[in-house]
Design a protein around this ligand. Structure first.
Ligand code: NAP
Length: 561
């Protein structure tokens, strides 16, 4: 027996082992074989992308006999046969589908790759009925390009949308998934400076991750769509509580509610975890001295999934108060006794000329997603809070030439982060406001104003990262008549009840300290309060009180008569 080998073996938990067992069974059970053709360039030395692609493919290939892995040099006839002229390029089941991966399916993209294998191996698109109907209307060919990066938590959703479209309509739809880190030249050519970004026949049809239905509609109409209302015959799901938002508040509430014995569903239109998913590093969540935001999210999501059903990539488009409350998403209808709005917050904009025009062309709100594209390039990070400093440090460590630009002479960030900023000698432009962002295809320069002297100057650069705080995501709340505070947050009582009976709130949408730990705390508080109310609803108490009062008034009136 070799005891040292045993000690050095990677520790695999029972849960991981169980997951791998299920994954093996799923892959082995796929009805179709999947040929994976990887094209590499033997003259390229230390090609990390080819090495990673090979490693990821082998990992899955070793799990099942259903995957066949073939590797060819770029000069081989097979490369010519499939029209491959870049390395690494991965073709997925090219005999049946036109799915081409330019780069390596690593990081977040490994999830996309696994889903692709399952979709291609099953031969079923798994699209929602609504999305399938739209894709079915496409009559002329569509060549999709989705630009992604391995550190972008939003990218898998959009890339998988595109894979589903190919599997649904293989004769008409083809796809290239392009890693911007590996193919910077293509990102540059398409001016795709933020991810995910989606083109069809070289026309931009989506910036950011879309719901399946909005993606399908954008692909059909060949321009980005922002609203999709499902048909009235959409699937109906009955539940006790529907939680809108899959960030720390929503996920925590989900865990608490199901453990209390109530039927609960979480609906999240984008990436699970909210802002945490794109936070490079978290250092103040108890139990973790230092943890990547996405890693923390994965831990939370896995925990939540043990209890609660999560409907991801689905957008709540309307809530109709009543008994029950009806919630309409882009895919189905829910009825629920209570709704918890945990919709979080959206990143704030500078609102200066050029900002929206250059969004995705060098203006970015997500350093973890888009940072890799700016390695060795000059950017500014605008803001003076914890987020701006954390992200400036992240970009600096990635090899980006970053300068912090702050409108005052003092940072709002925690002392610990400021110390880190100084130790890393990250330059700071104090008392400086961005007045305009200029460029054509991509950002070229910014106009700056010294807020102390009003002096104007110009700075040549490649990118502008904006991290100046968040505004509460209250569009839905506003639409259904929820009262807001003068600062724009949801107004709620001590039990997280809003002015609409049965509708509650939790997390950043309520304002307050906006920490991961406080959002989780608010989620648990709201869940406990909802549980108490559903057992003995407060609005029934109020109603009963009002009826009793009315009866006593009427009695008194009769007596006086
Ligand atoms: P924040 O704390 O609200 O800071 C926003 C920063 O942006 C401030 O420095 C503000 O300047 C500046 N700003 C606001 N509007 C601006 C504008 N129009 N133009 C230029 N600058 C502008 O936001 P955050 O840093 O995104 O953090 C949000 C929340 O998450 C906070 O509660 C924060 O504590 C938390 N967070 C915590 C951590 C951590 O603990 N490690 C990490 C990330 C986030 P002024 O200072 O002049 O107002």
């Amino acid at each position: 027996m070799n005891s040292s080998a045993d000690t050095n073996a990677p520790q695999v938990s029972a849960e991981q082992e169980d997951f791998m067992k299920k994954l093996r069974a799923t892959l082995e059970g796929l009805p179709h074989e999947i040929n994976l053709y990887l094209f590499t360039d033997r003259d390229k030395i230390n090609d990390v992308f080819s090495d990673s692609a090979r490693e990821v493919i082998r990992f899955f290939r070793n799990m099942t006999s259903k995957i066949k892995f073939l590797e060819y040099d770029l000069t081989h006839d097979v490369a010519r046969k499939w029209g491959v002229d870049r390395a690494p390029t991965l073709l997925v089941a090219p005999e049946r589908y036109a799915i081409r991966w330019l780069g390596a399916p690593m990081g977040e993209e490994a999830k996309t790759f696994l889903e692709t294998l399952i979709l291609v191996g099953s031969g079923k698109s798994n699209l929602s009925d609504q999305a399938r109907k739209i894709i079915g209307k496409i009559e002329t060919p569509r060549k999709i390009k989705v630009f992604v990066s391995p550190s972008c938590p939003y990218c898998p959703q959009q890339a998988v949308n595109a894979v589903k479209a190919v599997v649904e309509q293989p004769e008409k739809v083809s796809l290239e998934i392009i890693d911007i880190q590996c193919y910077q030249d293509l990102a540059y050519k398409y001016a795709a400076q933020s991810v995910p970004q989606t083109f069809a026949d070289d026309v931009l049809i989506g910036q950011g991750a879309q719901s399946e239905e909005l993606f399908a509609l954008s692909l059909e109409k060949m321009e980005p769509q922002t609203l999709f209302i499902p048909d009235s015959d959409a699937e109906l799901v009955e539940t006790d509580l529907l939680i809108v938002g899959g960030g720390p508040a929503g996920l925590t509430a989900g865990i608490y509610m199901v453990r209390s014995g109530l039927r609960t569903a979480v609906v999240e239109r984008g990436a699970l975890g909210g802002q945490v998913a794109t936070t490079p590093v978290v250092e103040n969540y108890p139990g973790f001295t230092q943890v990547g935001g996405k890693t923390l999210v994965d831990i939370m999501v896995n925990h939540a999934l043990q209890y609660v059903q999560i409907f991801q990539g689905e957008e709540v488009v309307d809530i109709q108060p009543g008994k029950p409350i009806t919630i309409i998403t882009s895919r189905r209808r829910f009825t629920a006794t209570a709704v918890l709005l945990a919709t979080g917050a959206n990143h704030r904009h500078l609102d200066v000329p050029g900002e929206s025009r250059m969004a995705g062309r060098g203006v970015s709100y997500c350093s973890t997603c888009d940072g890799p594209l700016f390695k060795g390039k000059k950017v500014i990070m605008v803001g003076g809070g914890n987020s701006a400093v954390t992200e400036a440090l992240y970009l600096h460590h990635m090899g980006v030439d970053v300068t912090l630009v702050h409108r005052r002479d003092q940072l709002r960030a925690q002392e610990h982060l400021i110390k880190n900023l100084k130790e890393n000698k990250i330059p700071i432009l104090w008392n400086t406001a961005v007045k305009e962002i200029r460029g054509d295809q991509r950002v070229r320069e910014v106009q700056l104003e010294n807020t102390a002297t009003n002096e104007m100057s110009t700075l040549k650069l490649d990118g502008v990262f904006v991290s100046i705080g968040y505004d509460p995501a209250v569009d839905l709340a506003r639409k259904i008549g929820i009262e807001l505070t003068p600062e724009g947050f949801i107004r709620r009582d001590a039990k997280h009840r809003t002015n609409i009976p049965g509708v509650y709130s939790a997390g950043d949408v309520e304002g307050g300290y906006k920490q991961i730990v406080t959002a989780a705390g608010q989620g648990s508080e709201a869940a406990l309060s909802i549980f108490e109310d559903l057992i003995n609803p407060y609005w029934r108490k109020k109603q009963a009180g009002a009826e009793a009062k009315a009866q006593s008034v009427s009695k008194k009136t009769k007596q006086t008569k």
